[in-house]
Design a binder for this molecule. Sequence first.
Ligand code: PHE
Length: 444
Amino acid sequence: MLSSNRDQFTSKLGFILAAAGSAIGLGAIWKFPYTAGTNGGSVFILLFILCTLLIGLPILMSEFLIGRRAQADTVSAFHKEAPGKPWFLGGWLGVTVSALILSFYGVVGGWILSYLFRAITFQLDGGSEAHYGELFNELISNPVEVIFAQALFMFLTVFIVQGGIKGGIERAGKWMMPALFIFFVLLAIRSLTLDGAIEGVKFMFVPDWSYLNMETLLNALGLAFFSLSVGVGAMITYASYLPKSETITSSAFNVAWMNIAISILAGLVIFPAVFALGYSPTQGPGLVFIILPAVFEQIPMGSVLVIVFFILLLFATLTSSISLLEITVSVFVKEKYAARRKLSWIVGAVIFIAGIPSALSFGHWSHITIMDKSIFDFIDYMTANVGMPLGALLFSLFAAYYYSTKITQQELNLSPAMYWIWRASVCVVAPVAIVTISLYNLFA
Ligand code: PHE
């Protein structure tokens, strides 16, 4: 793809799938279950849905608006729309935060590859419950395997991005998402019919109000941003490849509901099984990797289906990681240089190296902690709970206050009532919520 003649999505469906592909990934399938698990379940889930709809979605619309109007990467977009003003710094913040996210995202992507390898060689079945926990711990603490797998995952990510959006990004989304959805429904049915599954359902839907506090709220907000891909300019970048004639509002709604649906489905696969099989919901990043093979164990042909499942999971993860890499690559691939290829490899290599400490933080470097967190957890926490909210705040303020009402009305093309709901969110609800929640957690 040469930027002098910017690539565009060929259809609206292509764009929705790419945007949904960016959103739906580890956030919904890996992070949602384990964060819900450590934050008490139901109340967290409720807050997550509210944050997604009331704050994340309006900001997603703002990013779409900025990107489609500017038709430029996330830094140039602000230079173009607000020349001579410091808004472009928000773009650089997005670049930095997205690169940091990708640094640990690549590690988890690597875990998926490792599991896929084990599934293909039939090493995942036949274990006792304890076996799956051991398997995960063994894997994440083996430095050679995690770094090799992380490198391979980053290689795949760069390989797709260097081909440009039409070749890679648009095509990948078309069949993967529906397939993943069907799989999750089947798995949820199995999980829900296990003996004792009802405890998991209660954990998800019967509120335990003792968890209603500012920390849970910050985690829910951070996850809403992370799983919608907002706050780092990913959606500005993707929308910049959207022809001006396409509507953005329905795309944003579609991305938001699909993301919530997959998250809840993932929860319905994981939590009933957690309780039925006697695991603990609070075990953190390993939760999904430990529970899923155990659920497949309970299914006829499970050892074959688990292979297909990890392939789909790999695709879902790749369609997100490519959007993370695309943010930085598109910023550096400027008009005259046809350097997408080379730049993709360089940026990918730098991010891979930056991710090595995260990869090691479950094994050799597990003794290194920052603010009581492992390196991996620290970067995860800082990006989702500080970097993304700050970026989201800047982008929503830009859309709300820098553009005139006439422009935003025209661009969003909403009914008057919906338009004012959007405005109320980006002008008041989102900024007040982000600032209050962040400051409270910083100083309380
Ligand atoms: N939304 C992606 C996921 O849930 C992660 C992501 C965050 C992608 C920010 C792009 C930008 O897996």
